[in-house]
Design a protein around this ligand. Sequence first.
Ligand SMILES: NC(=O)NCCC(=O)O
Length: 413
Amino acid sequence: MERNQEENNHVEEISTSKDGSICGYESLHHLLSANLKPHLFKEVSRLLLGFNCGRALEYVTLPEYAKDLSSKHDFDLQAFCFDADKEILREPRKVRVGLIQNSIALPTTAPFSDQKRAIFQKLRPMIDAAGSSGVNILCLQEAWMMPFAFCTREKRWCEFAEPVDGESTQLLQEYARKYNMVIISPILERDVNHGETLWNTAIIIGNHGNIIGKHRKNHIPRVGDFNESTYYMEGNTGHPVFETAYGKISVNICYGRHHPLNWLAFGLNGAEIVFNPSATVGELSEPMWPIEARNAAIANSYFVGSINRVGTENFPNPFTSGDGKPQHADFGHFYGSSHFSAPDASCTPCLSRYKDGLLISDMDLNLCRQLKDKWGFRMTARYELYADLLANYLKPDFEPQIVSDPLLRKKSS
Ligand SMILES: NC(=O)NCCC(=O)O
């Protein structure tokens, strides 16, 4: 069906919107709440966000200090609570979890050390807001300490890389100690002991400021301007689950969210919360964003914390995307929209599409086992069928199991 001129103008307006808003609204949730009558908004929210323990997610009130930080430093701050059913033999296992999304702080033309320092400065009040709100586990976005310069294919951005115990880790270790908080820090890693190679790595800092371990991104994109394979290889750390003071956590870094087996593997190893620190742009992946993490949470009976950076990053030298379109110097709009998904199919609204933000959620980890008991996905999974198929598929002489309609052949002969 053809669009009329008015509709075309409207689409044009939206696609050229520079501030990253959705028709002037910070998020889909804001747009719906401002435009629907309350009873319709309630019903639409039920369908979009699901129910947790039979009701809509409740908002959590945060300390005034955290709210003041969010107004003073202009970041979105929202907090919710996922409940679980009360059990007779087990105490609730409540943890408070935080996600931070942010734009870069200086133009990409500024000296690298200034850029990094400015990001550190920008994050300080947000981490303070998390710590002073009693957050137990905090996760930052993918490669949070640098612009997402991998679109350029220029090697000079490698200078941002740091060893696992580098300056970003040291900064966060202070905060971990100060607030008794586990912090997940996804960085560009320089592996000094292995020929100074680069990795896309998440470092898990324990609540005493100790380094518990690291996980390296398993799946490296080769799509759009995500030229990350020019910089680093597929990770070699498997699917670790880190047992922390507050629960068993894993990190599925960005593009890994398109791989259901990646999510599965963290689940099989016993993760209760899987973080998905990301950097992705609207044109490429926005319709997938609310679906993939939520599906993973449902299928694997764990919580997922999804984080995406915000803003449009411009680079000094234009680059092309191999799609015949003109060269350009920006990566597109990183659309934020960080959110939590729960194993019972409920999820929080998203943070802003264009502003820095801190999203906090309380979650009772008992919900994971309760959903395993209810739906029995682990019991009904038939892993042996898939193990056999995968083992066969890996053989060079693999033939797909296809049963053809014999009449097809008759027709074509
Ligand atoms: N950072 C990253 O892996 N981005 C790839 C694009 C996407 O997965 O949406």
